[in-house]
Design a protein around this ligand. Structure first.
Ligand code: ADP
Ligand code: ZN
Ligand code: MG
Length: 472
């Protein structure tokens, strides 16, 4: 018997709005517990929620980037359930008319492009955080009411690898949009992963939901474990229970959490205190005006138009600030492949070491382009360029100034180079003799010594020519 597996993800992202979804408390991570709270987000009786338009706007931007139909009239419902982290006993969410529906998202997996259907995007609010401390449980309501956008896919994914690839690409997208920091450890991006297995050709199987996955690796491992578990059960003639399971990261297995409730258990009904939201033309135009080139499209352009290697292009588009920096440098005259190599290589390494951010570093695109210019014109050598780069980061000066101050320009003058070579040959007479009798390695050694004598500034080709002339 052949089996097929089906995976659909529900991703929740914390929108980077300044305040909570339905009150004016700060939506900030890491504050003293229960300091960003008010009667609205604590669910006191008689209070009125107010819609945070900034959060809604970010939600529409995501929906737009995912090619969704944007709702002209989006409404809010109450999703009723009891849990101590949710003081109102209901969550304000969207059910009948989410802000965006029927989109799609392209991402790469196994070197191929996959298109995933997006069912909907809806705005809702987060719950508080339970902190289990020994025999007591503490509650921090700072997070209660945080604006959350939930993005629901169709069950079009096949396995853990595809789900992980989608999740990573999606994370990259929302970070490019600047609407979510994508920090999975802090819970700014969380994922419920749904999975079923069935005999091939018989459609979806019975769904199991893996709840609250906070790492893309666990999503992959959890799904693949479930696919193996469900396949084995079916092969033994057993049935699958619809349920919610949790990934146990210590044992690398999924475990039953609860039997899955269905939508009817939540008694959705319209939120009587929030009017429908009808975005006007101006709102939608602002959303459209902030549309960005998607990271995957940008990567393809870097490969197709600029001739970059796939891997390098991928590295550049991982962060929007890096891709923007790269393109700014090109606009200032830097050569694409050289710039890409330096950004993903030496510059990245040095920024990591100094703990600086590319967008705020003293080596702005202008200075970077100038540095590469000096290199391209042969005024400095590669190894010197690395020193200059470091000096710019350390001292916040123009590369030109550093080159001039420290006398780092390449030495091309044959007279000056000849004098250095002669000095080395006099010192290394024995090695010179070996070269005369045909030892190639010894030649490289002498050229290296002469380069050292020039503090790395000698024009390498000319230097080698002179050494060979002297020894022939
Ligand atoms: P529910 O009503 O139980 O929340 P939904 O139909 O709303 O289920 O789907 C929730 C998520 O589960 C979606 O991402 C969807 O793609 C996925 N999903 C639904 N049914 C299945 C299934 N049988 N197998 C795998 N994934 C599924
Ligand atoms: Zn509040
Ligand atoms: Mg659902």
């Amino acid at each position: 018997m052949k089996y097929a597996s089906y995976v659909g993800l529900e991703i929740h992202i914390h929108l980077l709005a300044k305040s909570k979804a339905f009150c004016s408390c700060a939506a900030r991570f890491g504050d003293e517990p229960n300091t960003n709270v008010c009667p609205v987000c604590l669910g006191h009786p008689g209070v009125l929620p107010a819609l945070n338009e900034e959060a809604l706007f970010m939600g529409y931007r995501v929906a737009q980037a995912l090619g969704c139909e944007l709702s002209r009239r989006t409404i809010f419902e109450r999703k009723n359930y009891f849990y101590p982290d949710m003081p109102k006993n209901y969550q304000i969410s969207q059910f009948a008319a989410p802000l965006g529906v029927s989109g799609g998202f392209e991402f790469e997996v196994k070197g191929e492009t996959r298109r995933l259907a997006i069912r909907e995007c809806h705005l809702e609010e987060d719950a508080g955080k339970l902190i289990h401390a020994g025999s007591v449980t503490l509650i921090d309501y700072n997070r209660a009411g945080f604006p959350l956008l939930e993005i629901v896919t169709e069950p079009d994914l096949k396995d853990g690898e595809e789900a992980e690839a989608y999740l990573r690409s999606f994370r990259r997208l929302v970070r490019h949009l600047g609407v979510c920091d994508g920090n999975m450890e802090e819970g700014s991006l969380r994922c419920d992963a749904n999975v079923s297995v069935n005999e091939e050709g018989r459609g979806l199987g019975v769904k199991v939901e893996l709840k609250n996955m906070n790492s893309s690796r666990f999503v992959r491992m959890g799904l693949d474990y479930e696919i193996r578990r469900q396949t084995a059960r079916l092969a033994e003639g057993k049935s699958i229970q619809q349920e919610t399971r949790l990934w146990n990261e210590n044992r690398d297995v999924t475990e039953t959490m609860r039997k899955k409730e269905s939508a009817s258990d939540y008694r959705f009904f319209p939120e009587p205190d929030l009017p429908p939201f009808e975005p006007g033309e101006a709102f939608l135009e602002r959303v459209a005006g902030l549309a960005i080139e998607l990271p995957l499209g940008r990567k393809r352009r870097f490969v197709g138009v600029l001739g970059l290697a796939e891997e390098q292009a991928d590295q550049l588009v991982e962060e929007k600030s890096v891709a923007d920096y790269f393109e700014s440098a090109l606009a200032l005259g830097a050569e694409a492949r050289t710039a890409a190599t330096w950004i993903t290589g030496e510059l990245r390494a040095q920024l990591l070491r100094s703990g600086q951010d590319i967008a705020a570093s003293p080596l702005g695109p202008r200075r970077f382009a100038a540095l590469l210019g000096a290199l391209a014109e042969g005024r400095i050598q590669g190894t010197i360029a690395k020193q200059v780069l470091k000096a710019v980061l350390d001292e916040d000066k123009d590369p030109e100034a550093i080159i001039a101050e420290r006398g780092l320009e390449q030495i091309t003058d044959r007279g000056a180079l000849g004098a250095m070579v002669d000095e080395v040959l006099a010192r290394e007479a024995a090695t010179a003799a070996r070269v005369r009798s045909g030892d190639k390695k010894a030649l490289a050694f002498l050229v290296g010594e002469a380069m050292k004598a020039s503090s790395g500034r000698a024009a390498a080709g000319t230097l080698k020519e002179i050494v060979m002339e002297r020894l022939s």
